[in-house]
Design a protein around this ligand. Structure first.
Ligand SMILES: C[S@@+](CC[C@H](N)C(=O)[O-])C[C@H]1O[C@@H](n2cnc3c(N)ncnc32)[C@H](O)[C@@H]1O
Length: 398
């Protein structure tokens, strides 16, 4: 083990929540995912993203984490197949207006106890997992090495330990949360660069950006900094605790864009989304960028939210010519039973890239306005939709 992360090792303040770089893009044929041409997106791109945190570890540490993760995932899967626990359907978790919701019994208590209390035995990891599934838990995964402490869901501060550093860095979902954030930052930067070229001006400073289900908004703020813009951000999330963390995070990372927050919009209630759309005003006032990360998997029949209408309601709020970036957990992702059974994340609807495209098409969104990015950790599909300028002519199919 070679990582040493004490602050005195840094001569100047290190950059916090570092992004990875896209090092390679490979175009994949839609047929590989069973998508027939008329339904195919403009492009499907397999993307290799570097990870500055993973790079701090040697391959022996990485292999050890992967092995344990795979073993406990398989054990949890076996117990699930024996009917000893199940992925319970329900509704997405949020702390509405700061009132902590009752946590339901997600996952497998036996696998969870075995992993956290008998295998890892890390006080810092236990403090971290108390925050599941709040978006506050995701911020720790976005910089697992610089921080010297972890704050649990009750505000208790626990010293970071080596086991926590290692697992928050190397486990599959931590890598995937960072890779989707890095891809989002990359596509936002591309968009801003294209806008600058097209308009020959620096509109990035006044660009309107809406982050829906933003959590702490850390990925959105990092992406804005990466693109060199300080946009006007409208942050929408029911979890006011996560929104409270945003200000501190903005100061920590030097985000100086304007921010307004809305913790009163339930994004899964069509009437509330329609009201928000009306408040945003006509096309000219609507956001040019919308990000919708980490929420689309909370839609579907099992969760009582129609994904087609939800997506359409978001798309309708986008300025013509604007860009929507959103993620979807894949149904062929590795170690799903580790995430759902052991770590005990709430129920999510995993979908193949094909199913993802079917929803986009059913929402009346032109498939050729869509590009799919597939990071090689294989956990998420990142969808990018560029709304045509003449989009007013599209309507939702009955
Ligand atoms: C997994 S987090 C993603 C946060 C952030 N976008 C990211 O990628 O780090 C999902 C967020 O959706 C919010 N959320 C869940 N259901 C919601 C609803 N019905 N209305 C508004 N926000 C909701 C939760 O509070 C949570 O912050």
């Amino acid at each position: 083990m070679t990582v040493s992360v004490s602050p005195e090792n840094f001569e100047s303040s290190p950059e916090l929540y570092r992004l990875g770089e896209v090092t390679e893009n490979r175009v994949i044929q839609p047929q590989e995912f069973g998508i027939a041409e008329p339904h195919a997106p403009l492009k499907i791109i397999e993307t290799i993203v570097s990870d500055p945190y993973v790079e701090e570890y040697n391959f022996i540490d990485a292999a050890e984490v992967k092995q344990i993760e795979s073993d406990v995932s398989l054990a949890a899967q076996e117990r699930r197949l024996q009917g000893l626990w199940e992925r319970k359907q329900g509704t997405v978790y949020f702390d509405e207006n700061g009132v902590e919701q009752e946590k339901k019994g997600w996952g497998d208590p036996v696998s969870r106890d075995n992993f956290f209390n008998k295998i890892l035995k890390s006080p810092a990891i236990n403090a971290w997992r108390s925050k599941i599934p709040s978006a506050n838990a995701l911020a720790d995964l976005s910089d697992p090495q610089t921080k010297t402490e972890v704050t649990d869901n009750r505000g208790n501060i626990v010293d970071m330990d080596e086991t926590a550093h290692k697992w928050l860095t190397l486990c599959t979902d931590a890598v995937a949360i960072r890779s989707r954030g890095s891809i989002m930052a990359n596509v936002v930067k591309q968009f801003i660069d294209e806008q600058k070229l097209a308009t020959d001006s620096d509109e990035g400073q006044s660009l309107k950006w809406m982050s829906i289900a933003c959590g702490t908004a850390l990925p959105a703020m990092k992406a804005a900094l990466h693109a060199g813009i300080q946009p006007q951000m409208l942050l929408v999330d029911l979890d006011s605790k996560a929104l409270q963390a945003t200000r501190d995070l903005a100061d920590e990372i030097g985000f100086e864009g304007a921010m307004s927050q809305r913790s009163d919009v339930n994004i899964f209630v069509p009437a509330e989304m329609a009201k928000l759309r009306d408040e945003l005003g006509s096309n000219g006032d609507r956001p040019m960028l919308i990000d919708l990360m980490g929420i689309f998997e909370y839609t579907g029949n099992n969760l009582g939210v129609d994904p087609v209408h939800f997506l359409r309601s978001v798309y309708d709020m986008l300025h013509p010519g604007g860009r929507l970036v959103f993620g979807q957990m894949r149904d062929d992702r590795p170690v799903a039973d580790f995430t759902m059974g052991v770590v005990s994340w709430p129920y999510v609807e995993m979908r193949s890239p094909k199913e993802f495209m079917e929803i986009i098409e059913a929402a009346g969104i032109p498939v050729k306005a869509t590009t799919l990015y597939l990071p090689t950790d294989n956990v998420y599909t990142v969808g990018v939709i560029d709304k045509p300028l003449d989009n007013e002519s599209f309507s939702v199919p009955a």
